[in-house]
Design a protein around this ligand. Structure first.
Ligand SMILES: [Zn+2]
Ligand SMILES: [Zn+2]
Length: 149
């Protein structure tokens, strides 16, 4: 029988991987997934969770500092740590959430040029200026995309 299922687009394919990865997240505040792609191939994947060997937010609660939980390693950090080698500029990041300033820096430093994200936190006003100047100097392109289904 003919399979009429529509082929996934590239952005959808990688973003769905990021969403799947986010299901492994352990922070109570947010579950975030990140996929690093180079030349249309997945190079690393990560989700937010506690540092190796420490308790998870799910077990002992979040450790809040202001509006951020500082117990977890961010999904972007985890993905970068999983990266076996640097690929130079031209990497793409697919993230379920808009990255924080810290993760912007980390992604930029491993050569990420384009960031696709699904959800915006909308509370980065203080950081906005700094993020903008970082984006301007590293020319990271940001795309807020939508996934249907
Ligand atoms: Zn947490
Ligand atoms: Zn972050």
């Amino acid at each position: 029988m003919e399979n009429k299922r529509k082929r996934l687009g590239v952005n959808e394919y990688f973003m769905k991987m990021a969403i799947l990865s986010s299901y492994r997240g352990t922070c109570l505040r947010n579950k975030v997934g990140c996929v690093l792609v180079y030349e249309k191939r997945v190079k690393a994947i990560g989700y937010n969770s506690s540092h190796s060997g420490t308790e998870h937010c799910e077990e002992v609660g979040c450790c809040m500092e202001g509006s951020h939980c500082i117990r977890t390693l961010h999904a972007e950090e985890a993905a970068v740590l999983n990266l076996e080698k640097k690929h130079g500029v031209g990497m793409e990041a697919y993230i379920t959430h808009e990255p924080c300033l810290h993760c912007h820096r980390i992604l930029a430093s491993v050569g990420v040029e384009t960031i696709f994200y699904l959800n915006s936190y909308g509370d980065f006003s203080k950081q906005e200026k700094e993020v903008k100047s970082l984006l301007d100097c590293r020319m990271i392109r940001m795309h807020n995309i939508e996934i249907i289904g």
